[in-house]
Every structure is written in structure tokens, then in C-alpha cells.
Design a protein around this ligand. Structure first.
Ligand SMILES: [Zn+2]
Length: 89
């Protein structure tokens, strides 16, 4: 019974040690870290609801209903549509 307890303790210590080692390796993986960072830094793309054009958020124009537009013309066009919907309903 005593040996079983020791075996269990050694097993748990080994499990803990290998988990710590793999965690350390994960942090050391610079290549992976950079890839993940650049993925999160990549600019969010938005779609113009009027023409379906995809463009980066920084170049898009915010419009009504948390939508983003490729140009002022489409921004106004969509706003007009929303106004029409409100009038008809
Ligand atoms: Zn558009």
C-alpha cells in the first residue's frame, strides 16, 4: 500500500513537471507567438451593405445600424432606405 502511494506521488509529480515543461515550450515558441499577434493585429474587414464591397474598417465610413460603407454615397443611400422603411411601417 505504501508503494502504491509513492507511485501515485511520483506519477503526479511527473505529470505536473511535464505540464510545466510544455507550458514553457509554448511560451518560447516565438514564431507561433508572432503569428498569433499579427492575426489579432490584422485589421477587421467590413462589408458595404449597399454594394457588398469588403474594405478595412479604418477606410470604411460608419453609418446607421452599426454598419460600414465604402463611400458617402452608399452611406446616404442606406440611410435613405432606412428612413423609407420607417415611413412605410
Ligand atoms: Zn458600397
Amino acid at each position: 500500500m505504501k508503494y502504491l502511494l509513492w507511485a501515485l506521488l511520483i506519477y503526479l509529480a511527473w505529470r505536473w513537471y511535464s505540464a510545466a515543461q510544455s507550458r514553457k515550450q509554448g511560451q518560447a515558441g516565438d514564431g507561433h507567438g508572432e503569428a498569433a499577434a499579427s492575426a489579432t493585429n490584422a485589421e477587421r474587414m467590413v462589408e458595404c451593405p449597399e454594394c457588398g464591397l469588403h474594405l478595412p474598417l479604418s477606410e470604411a465610413l460608419p453609418g446607421p445600424g452599426e454598419r460600414f460603407f465604402c463611400s458617402e454615397a452608399h452611406q446616404e443611400k442606406h440611410a435613405e432606405k432606412l428612413r423609407d422603411n420607417h415611413r412605410s411601417s
